[in-house]
Design a binder for this molecule. Structure first.
Ligand code: AMP
Length: 283
């Protein structure tokens, strides 16, 4: 396994393996790897010849006052984990390598980035779309693997790839959870033991919403209120948003119909956790 840190080395590597007729799978991450990331790596290994994991805590997707500086980092451990998984290359550039001064170009996906996490984190998806575009240009992957854990991110990237005719297939994979249902996330490290216990309320709220829909409830307001009730029982939890939207357009809806995305963001002290579920209703 190689650890490459410059754009040039990464592009030369990519050119070389492509000239040998090999396919490249890219797993973009911010590091502090866990089983959620590894599920993407394993899928990539099973469908592409060469697997590149990028590890880059991208400053442009963090707002002022967010956790860019505190974000957990564990490069040595991540290298060991990737080695064990049979990753071919870790691409771990510095901030200066990715954003040399002056840096003036950004990618903006409109509309769908204004809602959900985009509303609480203005500029977040502009940073995500920009860094993912740069990674696609540097690594030139045939396929790129993303988790449904970050549903809006996946939907934004799919839209960007379609709109800009990028020659990469975006693959979305299911959320990997702890045994009690908490979605795995590098940010779970921020939770105190009490917060960690309460944090299962995100998944419990999602399961309850799904159950209500399965029992025939179609009124979005009622479902959101029931979810709110579950989260508000936890004194350490502070709701950022709970929303049900059309899973394709991310438009707000008032009645459950077709594919719906049930999504929530909840803060526990410093940690802002997100989770979601897609539910499909016939007719
Ligand atoms: P991050 O390092 O948090 O930016 O995540 C990198 C990639 O891993 C993104 O595509 C995430 O959606 C995905 N990911 C993070 N957590 C999980 C999880 N629990 N299950 C599946 N994919 C995940």
């Amino acid at each position: 396994m190689q650890v490459l840190t410059t754009v040039r080395e990464m592009q030369e590597y990519s050119d070389r393996v492509k000239s040998q007729g090999k396919t490249i799978g890219l797993v973009p991450t911010m590091g502090f790897l866990h089983e959620g990331h590894l599920s993407l790596v394993r899928k990539a290994k099973s469908v592409t010849d060469i697997v590149v994991v990028s590890i880059f805590v991208n400053p442009t997707q963090f707002g002022p006052g967010e956790d860019f500086h505190k974000y957990p980092r564990a490069m040595e451990r991540d290298i060991d984990v990737c080695l064990k998984e049979g990753v071919d290359v870790i691409f771990a550039p510095t901030t200066e390598e990715m954003y040399p001064s002056p840096y003036l170009t950004y990618v903006n996906v409109e509309g769908i980035t204004d809602r959900l996490c985009g509303r609480s984190r203005p500029g977040h998806f502009r940073g995500v779309a920009t860094v993912v575009t740069k990674l696609f240009n540097i690594v030139a992957p045939d396929k790129a693997f993303f988790g449904w854990k970050d549903a809006q991110q996946l939907i934004v990237i799919k839209q960007m790839v379609k709109d800009l005719n990028m020659r990469v297939k975006v693959v979305g994979l299911p959320t990997v959870r702890e045994t009690d249902g908490l979605a795995m996330s590098s940010r779970n490290k921020y939770l105190s033991p009490e917060e960690r216990q309460s944090a299962t309320c995100l998944y419990r709220a999602l399961l309850h919403a799904k159950e209500l829909i399965e029992k025939g409830e179609r009124d979005v307001g009622k479902i959101v209120d029931a979810m709110r009730g579950i989260v508000e029982k936890e004194p350490l939890a502070e709701i950022d948003y709970i929303e049900i939207s059309d899973a394709d357009s991310l438009e707000e809806i008032s009645r459950i119909k077709g594919n719906v995305l049930i999504a929530l963001a909840v803060k526990f002290g410093n940690a802002r956790l997100i989770d979601n579920m897609v539910v499909s209703v016939e007719g």
